[in-house]
Design a protein around this ligand. Structure first.
Ligand code: TYM
Length: 345
């Protein structure tokens, strides 16, 4: 696995005062291998070197309320948390919680929203795309980035491991932090984005011009490999993946569909690009796809087993989440106390 190195804590002293990592996933749609590669597997790497907080962004899911079914949102939020643990997030090393269980996030989001020019929010690509698809646009959709900034800044996080589609959200988070610091005194550190070198944007298998996405996956078979897909479905999806008329397996010259398969292979195998090219000399796309099926099925099997065990233990998962929320609240409430002082309320 290309466990991309997060910046190393260099000295003994630094290890004692560890840096903070925060990230999250929305509890919408179906979690897929893009979420695993771009985010989850990156979070799982090097957990012991950092103070880690991984939240389920269930309040962000409400920004398109027409798509929300309350019972389903409740169930999905728990499933996403279980998938965190099943993917290797260790509750002893990382705080795992539901965003909605730490109300301080929304308190800080209000204050940060007051510091955020509307023009910054209106320029966000995700806002423009999502708003264009809505008949009625809630102000929550416009304010989505201020809540995300609050998620990060409330823990004064140093690093945010994400896929590259989140980079604009991280840029605006830094802008908002700087604006707050300018208005009320330097308080928030500016968080750094961490993307994988390879695999920061996994594309749809059916259409390599589109990012693999939870919302498309919910509507279209053959687009994504869901983390809970059976081996048969994985096989069908990969074997049906778009390639081209050629047959040579080279990272540099590969067409988008083949490149995507190669990146999946690279990240999941942990092999170097040159070793992969050598391995597939004289073999065609069929061989690449068949070996990728094996690799994906082998990667997903332990995740799925652990996921089902966690979901079977309802009380255990509840306890894990309430403990996570309690630990997160301790940090978040301290930030709110500081911020109240700084802004004068
Ligand atoms: P979300 O739920 O869309 O995606 C969760 C994570 O998965 C990554 N990702 C991908 N990586 C590679 N290839 C893909 N095809 C792919 N699709 C998704 C995303 O980049 C992300 O890391 N706004 C966030 C949730 C959020 C958040 C936060 C993230 C709320 N508050 C604070 C970080 C910090 C979102 O919608 O992610």
């Amino acid at each position: 696995m290309d466990a991309i190195a997060l910046p190393q804590a260099a000295t003994e002293q630094q290890t004692q005062s560890k840096k903070t990592v925060l990230s999250g996933i929305q509890s919408t749609g179906i979690l897929h291998i893009g979420n695993y590669i771009g985010a989850l597997s990156l979070w799982a790497a090097n957990q012991s070197q950092y103070n880690n907080l991984f939240m389920v962004a269930n309040l962000h899911t409400l920004t398109v309320p027409e798509a929300v079914h309350p019972a389903e949102l409740r169930r999905k939020s728990r499933e996403v948390a279980a998938l965190y643990v099943a993917s290797g997030i260790d509750p002893n090393e990382s705080i795992i919680f539901l965003q909605s269980d730490v109300p301080a996030h929304t308190y800080l989001a209000w204050i940060l929203g007051c510091c955020t020019p509307v023009g910054w929010l209106e320029r966000m690509t995700q806002y423009k795309v999502k708003a264009a698809a809505q008949e009625t646009v809630g102000s929550g959709l416009l304010n989505y980035p201020t809540l995300q900034a609050a998620d990060i800044l409330i823990y004064r996080a140093n690093y945010v491991p994400v896929g590259d589609d989140q980079n604009q959200h991280l840029e605006i988070t830094r802008d908002i932090a700087q604006r707050f610091n300018h208005l009320f005194g330097t308080y928030f550190p500016l968080p750094e984005t961490l993307n994988r070198r390879s695999g920061a944007r996994i594309m749809g298998l059916d259409d390599p011009s589109q990012k693999m996405s939870k919302s498309i996956a919910a509507k279209k078979q053959g687009h994504a490999i869901a983390l809970l897909d059976s081996p048969d479905v994985v096989k069908k999806t990969i074997m049906g993946g778009v390639t081209d008329a050629g047959g040579e397996i080279r990272f540099e010259t590969a067409s988008p569909g083949v490149k995507n398969l190669l990146v999946l292979y690279e990240v999941l195998s942990g092999d170097s690009q040159s070793a992969i090219e050598e391995h597939f000399v004289g073999k065609g796309y069929g061989a690449l796809k068949r070996e990728l099926v094996e690799l994906v099925v082998t990667t997903l099997k332990p995740i799925q087993d652990k996921f089902h065990a966690l979901m079977d233990d309802e009380r255990g998962l509840d306890a894990l989440l309430s403990e996570g929320a309690a630990k997160a609240s301790l940090i978040a409430n301290q930030t709110i106390a500081d911020v109240r002082q700084l802004v004068g309320v």
